[in-house]
Design a protein around this ligand. Structure first.
Ligand code: ZN
Length: 287
């Protein structure tokens, strides 16, 4: 027979479970070659589900707008999530962000955020790999995954490419990492862009998930890193190249890795349990 807990213990337990303050999260948007007005609310909803995060959104001025009033207080937040791909930030904002990250901040680079700021060296160190914006061999090497190892390739050419959107299989490459623990070794991701040939400093990056970029979809034939972490100073970065649009974001694998990646970036740990409706190797799971 199970011993009944006294009523007061149950009340205290319930109170403790409910009073953990949510982690403060800042989503940055305002310019993007993607539909940020559609995707930011989805990011916010997915992050806040379950009460782990409370997100604010800071929206930059439009392209070529007046940035003099744009100065987010990054230090107030456990994690910053970028849905921004646009004009360079003022130097003071860049300095603040670098300081925030050096001092142990958390950052999530979401999809086209890694297209941003090709000229900003520290930002490219944070994201490790980026694409487009004139990136080429001067931006850094390409990184692929072959025979269980990260391979850094210095070769000339443009940085950043993708073929037509399609469903593709993600391979979990570090099943012991808190972000990936318990995820299927192979899982089918909903229709999305599969970024390839990304370039950057590729320092202190740790690959969590890759996908085979198939030539029949205009790809490279390589296993391209799409989910990884980066260490920058005392800060932690989770980089997801997934999530072109809301259709891609509806993938349960996207949601799980986004929210786990954000928790890991914020705290260095992951306490979230996995949902029951994960994708399998050959079947997408969407909500
Ligand atoms: Zn896209």
């Amino acid at each position: 027979m199970l011993r009944m807990l006294p009523f007061t213990s149950l009340v205290l337990f319930a109170a403790a479970a409910c009073t953990a303050a949510p982690l403060k999260c800042l989503i940055v948007d305002g310019q993007n070659n993607h539909k940020w007005k559609e995707t930011t609310p989805v990011l916010k909803k997915q992050l806040e589900e379950g009460g782990l995060f409370a997100c604010d959104v800071v929206t930059s001025p439009p392209e070529k707008g007046d940035f003099s009033g744009f100065n987010p207080d990054f230090a107030k937040y456990a994690v910053v999530v970028s849905n921004y791909n646009g004009d360079p930030w003022p130097q003071a904002v860049k300095d603040n962000f670098e300081k925030y990250m050096r001092n142990g901040g958390g950052f999530v680079s979401y999809h086209a955020a890694d297209n941003a700021f090709p000229e900003w060296r520290a930002y490219n160190q944070m994201i490790a790999l980026g694409g487009w914006g004139g990136r080429d061999e001067k931006s850094g090497a390409m990184v692929r995954f072959r025979a269980g190892n990260m391979v850094v390739e210095a070769m000339p050419g443009k940085g950043g490419h993708h073929g037509p959107r399609h469903e593709f299989q993600i391979a979990t490459r570090d099943p012991r990492h808190p972000i990936m623990k318990g995820m299927p070794q192979l899982w089918m991701h909903a229709k999305d862009e599969l970024y390839d040939s990304m370039r950057g400093p590729a320092e202190n990056m740790h690959i969590l998930g890759t996908a085979l970029s198939k030539p029949e979809f205009g790809g490279t034939g390589e296993n391209e890193p799409l989910l990884f972490t980066v260490a920058y100073g005392n800060g932690r970065v989770f980089h997801t190249m997934l999530g072109h649009d809301t259709e891609a974001m509806n993938c349960v694998g996207f949601m799980v890795t986004l929210r786990r990646g954000a928790e890991w970036a914020a705290t260095g740990k992951v306490k979230q349990k996995l949902p029951a409706d994960l994708p399998s190797a050959d079947k997408v799971a969407v909500r």
